[in-house]
Every structure is written in structure tokens, then in C-alpha cells.
Design a protein around this ligand. Structure first.
Ligand code: FMN
Length: 195
């Protein structure tokens, strides 16, 4: 196994990978997303909880319903992107413990809903980060959005209350002609210190 990735891969994932202003019309299939999932699923989560759920919004009716439930500035992107996913946390992730972490199945911890809800939330966000990088590694552009109406999305798409929406993500092939400048990132002095 190689122990590091080369500069071209680092550029694809990080230094040259901006949040794309526009996508081309090239389609992104469910299997493209499945391929990214097959990578990101191996990245770690606490207790191996894996609470992230990805709901691909393909049908015209569902896409239209989602457009109505995101903030105005995000509506065109959600309407036109080749692929759009609702990113949600499974608040009952612990029901899968017998398979994904048998040693933790049925422990009293899972009866503490404050703990389980916090874990579902934090670990789903962590997994969304992994998903962004996995999609980028396939050469796709990713536009995450938290400018959405979470409660309205939950009410319409996840009426039983088990899945809690975190974000909506637009995915496509990047239209390089519409590149937009990137804002600066913090210098090491701001973000990292040794104590
Ligand atoms: C979790 C998350 C939520 C975001 N929500 C929105 C949003 O609702 N609307 C929007 O226009 N951009 C949104 N963005 C895009 C960010 O502003 C953008 O990724 C950031 O400024 C970095 O841009 P760059 O990758 O082009 O350098 C979001 C990004 C992330 C990671």
C-alpha cells in the first residue's frame, strides 16, 4: 500500500478543488455516487456508528419539492445540478450495532437520547467531509448547502422523524469556464499551535 498521495491527487482533493460556481450538463448517475460511497464508508467514525444517510433526489417531483425547501440563493443550483442529495443523520444508527460493532450492541448508552442524537449529528458531519473528498477523488464537483429549511425538508421527506436533515449537496462535473476566485484560508498561526 502506498503511504502518501502525489501532488496531483492533493490538488484534486484540496489545493485546486474549489466549490464550483457552475456544473456542465454532463449527467452524474446514482452509480457515480455509489462509487464515492464505497470509498468514504471506510473512513472512521466514533463507535463505527456510520450515521450518515444520503438520499439522492432524482424524480422531478421530489426535486421540485426540495427546491421549495431551500433558501432562495440556493434554489437555482438545486433545480439545475445534475445530481442532488439530501444529507441526513440516522438518529437510530445504534440499531445497526449488532452488524457494524457487535461489541457495542445493546449497551445502556444507546438509551440516552441526548448522547445518541449528538453522536448522530457529529458523526454525520464528519462523514459529509469524507463524502466531499470521495466525490472530488472521482473528479466530481461538490457544492454543499446549509442554507436550507431543515424542518420543512424533514417534514416532507422524513415524516417518521428518524432521519434529520443536515445539508443538501449539489454534485456535477465542474464547468471550468465559470471558475470563481477562492477566499483565503487561515495561516498556520491562526489555526494551529503547539503547546
Ligand atoms: C457545510 C457547507 C455548507 C455550505 N452552505 C452553503 C450555502 O448554503 N450556500 C452557498 O452558496 N454556499 C454554501 N457553502 C459553500 C461555501 O461557502 C464554500 O465551500 C467556501 O466558501 C469555500 O469555497 P471554495 O471551496 O471555493 O474555496 C457551504 C459549504 C459547506 C462546506
Amino acid at each position: 500500500m502506498t503511504k502518501s498521495i502525489d501532488q496531483a491527487a492533493q490538488e484534486l482533493l484540496f489545493t485546486q478543488a474549489n466549490t464550483p460556481a457552475n456544473f456542465t450538463d454532463a449527467p452524474v448517475s446514482d452509480s457515480d455516487i455509489h462509487a464515492a460511497y464505497e470509498l468514504m464508508k471506510w473512513a472512521p467514525t466514533a463507535f463505527n456508528a456510520q450515521p450518515l444517510r444520503i438520499v439522492l433526489v432524482n424524480s422531478p417531483d421530489n426535486r421540485a419539492a426540495l427546491v421549495e425547501r431551500v433558501m432562495e440563493g440556493n434554489q437555482t443550483r438545486v433545480r439545475t445540478a445534475p445530481q442532488v442529495a439530501i444529507i441526513a443523520a440516522d438518529t437510530k444508527f445504534y440499531e445497526h450495532m449488532p452488524v457494524i460493532n457487535p461489541g457495542m450492541a445493546g449497551v445502556p448508552l444507546w438509551q440516552n437520547s441526548e448522547f445518541t442524537n449528538n453522536l448522530a449529528n457529529s458523526q454525520s458531519w464528519l462523514q459529509l467531509g469524507y463524502l466531499i473528498l470521495a466525490l472530488r477523488s472521482e473528479g466530481l464537483g461538490v457544492y454543499p448547502m446549509t442554507g436550507i429549511h431543515n424542518a420543512k425538508i424533514n417534514e416532507h421527506f422524513f415524516a417518521d422523524g428518524v432521519l434529520q436533515t443536515l445539508a443538501v449537496v449539489a454534485i456535477g462535473h465542474i464547468d471550468e469556464s465559470a471558475a470563481r476566485p477562492r477566499n483565503p484560508r487561515h495561516e498556520i498561526e491562526t489555526a494551529v499551535k503547539s503547546i
